[in-house]
Design a protein around this ligand. Structure first.
Ligand SMILES: *[C@@H]1O[C@H](CO)[C@@H](O)[C@H](O)[C@H]1NC(C)=O
Ligand SMILES: *[C@@H]1O[C@H](CO)[C@@H](O)[C@H](O)[C@H]1NC(C)=O
Length: 584
């Protein structure tokens, strides 16, 4: 009797263990595997992305108000080489051209952001709505739809109206929640008949940490230890409010979806047999994507954040945690406010436990008690932080699936940059990066992750925030020295187009040819660009080295040329008269 009973208990126990294990992410199993040949589910959406401040230019045109990035970039010493987004790609004037580039790529969707101060110059809707700004986005949306490209629209990609920063302290102030909601409501009202995919915020982690804690980004505020947490708290509330506004006022009429786009690097334990490393890696991910995703999917901050920040605040002698708290009413209001999750992902780190002593005052980075490491064998062709680690993408997507109840996912940004002066259009490393990252996403879909679309970041080279124009993420190269900001296709355009047309990687023989074919196609545009570069470099060298010559040349154009022209005309006139006379 007894053994049978014990057996049954065991059975039940095993079942319970299995069930709970099925919901947990397995940190110890990293199945890297080889390249997987196969295609994506039918209807999978392929796209490319951009954001307003990085591409539009026209920073002070047609009634646009100033954003915190306009002001930040104009301050000297904030951006590499003191560059600004004043002109960027001149995207504001190139709607038709750029949509035709997307058409060439066979894109299904395009992710772009609306500049809040372009349509509401002061940030406050009741002050003034700028109809010219509205017309620009109307034209862009219509142009996309005419070409059967679905617009996926981000409401906030970092360009807060400057007046809201000056008057209220921007995202430090709870009043942003209502102003943002009124702005979002205007967008639903004006564009919602055509736009069905809304993203409230793009990468709020960066807004909070780099905008209000380290100050590397606009508005450049350095409130160490508190700035990021408070900004994030208000951003999460603002997101939830906008979701509820859509849900109660627009969903019936417009049938769209509202999500948020969260960026997250993956964190892999240095030693998967060491529990401390596993916990540290999980903290890294929880402090990154989990910071925003956990409240939105489960109603509150990750427990590790509450524990660690709470304990560190106590050690500093603070009465309350530096991490703000949600009331129980707020928790239930915020929980479940996500129709789809946007995921931005670029790179991975190895993580190990590292304890920071209390006393020097906690900041976001030391609150986590961990150290980030990279494998020197990982390729890093572009931005210094961006190592190519494709398997990290599959790990992150599986983490999203197990932690947040397998939500609908759109990849809203994935891609790689290249170094500054590079004018090489045959971008081998970018083709490799896309090939391997998209393949890991395909594996994740086979693991059961509900990914509906993929967005290559980015369509064009563009203004890269504090890095200015020194890092190029584009599928298309932009010649920023040329006032027309001419676009040239890189080889990755051809490569990505093949992935799109085959909806994945059909078989080894086919895929192995793609790189070679793409490089053949790009060599002609490479020559075009090289000729253009040479021409402008030659002109620059002349101007720089031979100052006397330059003044001589100016003299030539100003005096000699007109004189020669006049002479020519005179001679022709005499000759003509002579001819006419002879006829008579
Ligand atoms: C940027 O501006 C600062 C302050 O005026 C100046 O010191 C620095 O040399 C400038 N950098 C460049 C590359 O022009
Ligand atoms: C928020 O803005 C209001 C109005 O300007 C101001 O009174 C309040 O001090 C601000 N709060 C913070 C935390 O800056």
């Amino acid at each position: 009797m007894l053994p049978r009973c014990a057996g049954r208990v065991c059975h039940v126990l095993v079942l319970v263990l299995c069930l709970s294990a099925a919901e947990d992410f397995d940190w110890t199993k990293n199945d890297r595997g080889s390249f997987y040949y196969g295609t994506f589910p039918t209807g999978f959406s392929w796209g490319a992305g951009s954001s307003a401040y990085q591409t539009e230019g026209a920073w002070d045109r047609d009634g646009k108000g100033m954003s915190i990035w306009d002001v930040f970039a104009h301050r000297k010493g904030k951006v590499f080489l003191n560059e600004t987004g004043d002109a960027a790609c001149e995207g504001y004037y190139k709607v038709k051209d750029d949509v035709s580039l997307m058409k060439d790529l066979n894109l299904n969707h395009y992710v772009f952001s609306i500049s809040w101060p372009r349509i509401i110059p002061t940030g406050i809707r009741t002050d003034h709505v700028n109809e010219k700004g509205i017309r620009y986005y109307d034209a862009l949306i219509d142009q996309l739809l005419e070409n059967k490209i679905t617009p996926i629209v981000t409401l906030y990609h970092w360009d807060l109206p400057q007046l809201l920063q000056e008057k209220y302290g921007g995202w430090q102030n709870i009043s942003m929640v209502n102003y943002f909601n009124e702005y979002a409501n205007l967008c639903f009202e004006r564009f919602g008949n055509r736009v069905k995919h809304w993203i409230t915020f793009n990468n709020p982690w960066s807004v909070a940490v780099e905008g209000y804690e380290t100050g590397e980004h606009a508005p450049g505020i350095k409130l160490r230890g508190t700035g990021a947490y408070r900004a994030a708290h208000h951003i999460i509330k603002a997101h939830a409010k906008v979701w509820h506004t859509y849900d109660s006022q627009w969903r019936n009429k417009q049938n769209g979806m509202v999500g948020i786009s969260l960026s997250g690097d993956w964190g892999e334990p240095v030693d998967i047999t060491n529990l401390k490393d596993i916990e540290a890696a999980e903290r890294y991910v929880q402090f990154y994507m989990g910071w925003f995703a956990t409240p939105i999917f489960h109603g509150d901050y990750p427990q590790v954040m509450k524990d660690f920040i709470g304990r560190k605040s106590g050690q500093q002698g603070l009465g309350t945690s530096r991490l703000p708290t949600f009331s129980s009413q707020e928790k239930s209001y915020i929980k479940g406010t996500c129709d789809f999750l946007g995921v931005g992902h670029f790179t991975t780190r190895y993580i190990t436990q590292k304890t920071y002593p209390p006393g020097r005052g906690g900041i976001y980075f030391t609150d986590r008690d961990l150290a980030e490491l990279v494998d020197p064998r990982w390729p890093d062709p572009g931005s210094e932080w961006l190592y190519s680690v494709p398997w990290g993408f599959r790990r992150l997507l599986n983490f999203v699936k197990t932690q947040y109840g397998n939500p609908m996912v759109y990849i809203t940004g994935n891609g790689v940059s290249e170094k500054m002066m590079c004018t090489e259009l045959c971008d081998d490393w970018r083709m490799q990066y896309y090939r391997d990252y998209i393949n890991e996403m395909l594996k994740a879909i086979r693991d059961g992750v509900n990914v509906k679309g993929y967005t290559a970041w980015s369509l064009l080279d563009k203004f890269e925030w504090d890095e200015g124009y020194s890092e190029r993420f584009g599928l298309y190269y932009v010649d920023f020295k040329n006032k027309h900001k001419t676009r040239y296709p890189k080889a990755s355009v051809q490569y990505y187009k093949r992935i799109i047309n085959f909806n994945g990687f059909p078989n080894q023989r086919e895929v192995e040819n793609w790189k070679r074919k793409a490089k053949e196609m790009c060599s002609s545009s490479n020559q075009l660009l090289a000729a253009e570069e040479q021409r402008s470099t030659a002109a620059n060298i002349l101007r720089l080295i031979h100052d006397p010559l330059t003044s001589h040349m100016e003299m030539v154009t100003e005096i000699v040329v007109p004189t020669v022209c006049t002479l020519c005309i005179l001679i022709s006139a005499v000759f003509l008269m002579f001819l006419l006379r002879r006829r008579n």
